[in-house]
Design a protein around this ligand. Structure first.
Ligand SMILES: Cc1cc2nc3c(=O)[nH]c(=O)nc-3n(C[C@H](O)[C@H](O)[C@H](O)COP(=O)(O)OP(=O)(O)OC[C@H]3O[C@@H](n4cnc5c(N)ncnc54)[C@H](O)[C@@H]3O)c2cc1C
Length: 453
């Protein structure tokens, strides 16, 4: 039998044949590396494109709640979903339900300004946030999901010698914990951000503290990615299921009552962010937490101008630019206690003044959208991941307006606490009783004043 050369059998020119083999081998390798789930591989995208994108299946199941779970997590925000994901992926626990009163992404996880960073000062905080940033760096691979993590850097502007010295201290503390930090003088900053007002600003811009590995991630994709990852490992994500009460017998929490019936569990983890005080009141616990509104603002799409995240050092204003070109910015909390997911105009004006003070050019951009979220402001500005005085009831709260960046580490540390019964090594200081012991983690040195954190 005479052998036929493949190039003769298939009339493909050599010039196409070798790239074709290369692409095929790459895809096969990609398939085997990515493992279980290939729904977002290049193959599936090409395949779906050819079918008019009509073959995609729901990203997670909609199961009916079971009567009993090993662990129930209340709150399907970023932290609750990340906790479920790490419980399943790192601690091998899958008989878990995440109970969400609304829909996935309806809370702060889908409302924040997407800033991710680890530029903290205190020993109790910096290792935790640096752990989080490391998890962010591998998140898309962990989840096989595009969370649009973009490490474009953050620059905190300084406007006085004293502020520069405080930033030098913070930068050194960050570097001692293995994070990255670089102090920029005025000339270096001017090269990176020529649009800042270096001439006439009321608070002269003298330089900035840069964290190059900081940046932004697409907030709702983070929720969807964690939800999908948890669901694939067997976690039940139950939407439209509001927890209305706790079942507590002899000081031990054994389950919850919900709008979809009673659910028993060996352990219950609460991760409801802005609703923490309301939910924990049902267990009879009063916490050192107040709920406040924080707003976000987005402008019309503009050509790329802001290289990363920039924060004002003499007022409260932070800004980045989304991939669609919108300027995404925010500032202070509204300043009154509220559970409303919308804010008021005085803070809108204050935030815009902050922006105009450092980059007057944004005065020409039109704001397209704004919204509000409920912040769980702790009395020292730092979070709580701990057991509660009620046995088998655990708490994840106090994220103020910095909980998005914390999502991966918060999930990992809460999962560790739920699975092992002891704090993760980077969360040993995030204890509930620190307020009783006077061991506050007051990052800003502002005291028990939520509006100053
Ligand atoms: C405008 C704005 C800008 C922000 N910007 C940033 C930023 O740039 N960087 C940063 O790091 N952080 C930022 N944050 C903070 C960050 O978004 C939050 O700290 C973080 O998302 C809170 O955790 P979560 O995702 O679990 O919260 P959520 O998404 O709010 O999740 C809590 C969930 O619990 C559910 N729930 C409440 N009560 C019940 C109940 N009884 N039963 C069942 N479910 C219940 C809620 O419906 C909600 O979905 C910002 C927040 C806002 C509002």
């Amino acid at each position: 039998m005479s052998s036929i050369h493949p190039l003769k059998l298939f009339p493909v020119k050599k010039v196409f044949f070798f790239p074709l083999i290369f692409v095929t081998v790459t895809l096969v390798v990609e398939c085997s590396v990515a493992g279980v789930d290939m729904r977002y591989s290049i193959w599936s995208i090409v395949n779906q494109a050819l079918k008019g994108n009509r073959g995609w299946t729901p990203v997670w199941r909609e199961p009916e709640p079971k009567l009993h779970y090993d662990i129930v997590i209340i709150g399907g925000g970023g932290h609750g979903l990340a906790t479920a994901f790490y419980l399943a992926s790192r601690y091998g626990m899958t008989n878990i339900a995440v109970l969400e009163k609304g829909w996935i992404g309806s809370g702060n996880i889908g409302r924040n300004t997407t800033i991710v960073r680890s530029n903290y000062l205190l020993d109790g905080n910096e290792p935790f946030y640096e752990q989080s940033l490391k998890l962010w760096e591998g998140l898309e691979k962990d989840l096989n999901y595009n969370a649009m993590m973009s490490q474009r850097g953050i620059i905190n502007l300084y406007h006085s010698d004293a502020q520069r010295d405080a930033f030098i201290r913070r930068g050194n503390a960050m570097r001692l914990h293995g994070a990255d930090a670089k102090l920029l003088n005025k000339n270096e900053l001017q090269k990176m951000c020529s649009f800042l007002d270096f001439e006439n600003a009321r608070f002269p811009i003298m330089g900035g503290l840069l964290q190059p590995r900081a940046g932004t991630a697409r907030h709702d994709a983070v929720a969807w990615g964690y939800a999908r990852g948890a669901d694939q490992r067997g976690v039940d994500i139950i939407q439209n299921c509001e927890v209305t009460d706790f079942i507590i017998k002899n000081g031990t929490c054994t389950g919850v009552r919900t709008s979809r019936g009673k659910i028993q569990a060996d352990k219950i983890g609460v991760a409801v962010a802005g609703s923490t005080s309301r939910v924990m009141a049902k267990a009879g616990l009063r916490l050192p937490i107040e709920s406040h509104v924080l707003q976000a603002f987005v402008s019309e799409g503009l050509k790329p101008v802001i290289p990363g995240v920039i924060t004002f050092g003499a007022g409260h204003f932070y800004i980045s630019q989304s991939d669609k070109g919108g300027l995404v910015f925010g500032g202070d909390i509204d300043g009154y206690n509220s559970y409303a997911q919308r804010g008021n105009l005085p803070v809108f004006e204050d935030v815009c003044e902050g922006g105009m003070a450092i980059m007057p050019m944004i005065g020409r951009a039109r704001v397209l959208r704004n919204w509000g979220g409920i912040m769980d402001m702790s009395m020292d500005g730092s979070p709580i991941i701990d057991k509660t005085p009620i046995a088998q009831l655990y708490l994840n709260a106090g994220w103020c307006y910095g909980g998005f960046k914390a999502t991966p580490a918060s999930g990992l540390c809460f999962a560790h606490l739920l699975a092992r019964g002891e704090p993760h090594k980077v969360a040993t200081k995030l204890r509930l009783d620190r307020f009783q012991r006077g061991a506050m983690l007051d990052e800003r040195g502002a005291g028990a004043q939520p509006n100053l954190h």
